[in-house]
Ligand binder design. Sequence first.
Ligand code: DMJ
Length: 662
Amino acid sequence: MYSPQQRDFISVTLGNQAGRNYDNSKTWRRQSCWRKWKQLSRLQRSLISFLFVFMMFCGIAAYPSLSEHWKDTLYSVTAGDAQVKAFQDESHQDGELKQVKPAIVPAVDVPLPRAPPNTQPQKLRRPNPNKRGPPFLQNRLSKKENAEEPKINKKENEAEAIPNDKDEERNNIISWRRMEIEPERVTAALSDTKKEEKPLPNTNAKGTGALNERQKAVIEAFQHAWKGYKQYAWGHDELKPISKTYSEWFGLGLTLVDALDTMWILGQKEEFEEAKKWVINELNLGKNVDVNLFETTIRILGGLLSTYNLTSDKVFLDKASELGNRLLPAFSTPSKIPYSDVNIGRGTAHPPRWTSDSTVAEVTSIQLEFRELSRLTKEDKYQTAVDEVMKRIHKLGGKKDGLVPMFINTNSGQFSHLGVYTLGARADSYYEYLLKQWIQGGRKEADLLEDYLHAIEGVKKNLIRKSEPSKLTFVGELSHNQFSPKMDHLVCFLPGTLALGAHHGLTADHMELAKELMETCYQMYAQIETGLSPEIVHFNLSPHNGKDVEVKPADRHNLLRPETVESLFYMYRLTRDKKYQNWGWEILQNFNKYTRVGTGGYTSINNVRSPENPEPRDKMESFFLGETLKYFFLLFSDDFNLINLDQYIFNTEAHVLPIWIT
Ligand code: DMJ
């Protein structure tokens, strides 16, 4: 039992003495303390002395870090005060006091490097999962208002802000086998963005002011296409506008999801809301179905991520991460090169039935989406899986001057069917994604840039020729050292990609090549009877033949593909030459003339050489809404802030992803 007399601790009472008036006299305090001290036992006095010395010692030891902390606290409170005050002022405006925001530590703006300064692995800038709003908005907020943003180490930022001579040198010119990246060639738009505070980028037509006639024509075309889809194919993959029914590929509402961000950009609010409800209530990602990893990634995952980035509506991110998880089994292969097909319901993956190969373009054109998913979810696994593919392909033998074969084996991890090189089907977007990943990551990943530059040199050396008689520059193919003057319409992504690279600081001759190839892609439409390009053309190399462009009977179809319009969009944005808009306008009119179906929708056609009977194929591909119409709309817009190319990149299905601010 505890007895009040028995004390196993020392009590020191320093309070006022009862009954004595407190007069705050120093003499009284001195005398009183001394008396108290004398009354203490020796043990008590020693202990107090020891405690006193100990505390002094601790105080001296802790002084440096405490003073830092005090400085920081003072800094943050001071900086935050201005904003708290501003908020309080604002709060009072409507006459009532609102809750004051907590003190805010201002984040420091880290400039986007002008050239790839190092080869360090890319660090993701993790967003706060609870934060909403398009990425640029988030970055702006983080500067001023985001109290949860981790405080950036001041010293680190000072070091970045004041580069030493060597850093400056590295930032100015990077050599790659005698090739120079010249930052001064970065177009005015990029430099301007750094200098002045630009308004928030517009992400839909509502923010752009008046629409011009051509943009209105695109909206009308979209509404017509959507009308057919809604009436005859709602929730299914593709519209068959002639037979007024639908076709199913994966059973995931491919057209609907592919078109979400187009609706947003075109300002089709009602349609967007309706489609969003379908995504929430009907989109079943757990169904027992084999899907193609690449197509599902670029169209559905890309579509969901893009829509999330534009709208900040978390429902799209949730769906995207569910899909990302369901696609991951594709990467469980002996070589880490993913299988082409995955059953999203069962979580099993496999190559196509006839081979254990995957297509090179397919395994190297899923990176932008998986990397962005990692950034948004803070889960590394998506990025790790796709980065591994790029690392392996970077090191792989079997390339020719940076050009890759079309197939890769999922068991051995080696290229297969060596000796055929093309920028068309099965390889195209490998090149596109090298550049775009480099841009997405803040232009730091040197291997990507090196592979891209090497490949473009390989294209120039092995695949570029001029046709006769008009000397159109085109990209042919190489098969076991034999040149073929065959060019897929798919290759028409290249002028846009080259121009984008030049805009981000690569050499000016990329832009020159882009201009020449753009002219060629336009001629692939202009020289054809319907004014629409066939799927594949063969260029004439003989000075004695009359025409530059030849079309084989099997290649006369047009699938409403986007690549030429896509490149026209980049070329107009980056050169401001109106001829690109005019060329696009001609093409849109020809789509309306030969592919529009009266009852709703557009159809691919079998014969671009027959204006009398273009032979409708009865299918509207999802990319017509996801890509072609979106690029038309952006091409005709003179608001260069509508999906600003310094803040966003497009995936290969025209879905909008942010460039990371690193
Ligand atoms: C789209 O799915 C993508 O653009 C892909 O990169 C190539 N094929 C179609 C459009 O032609």
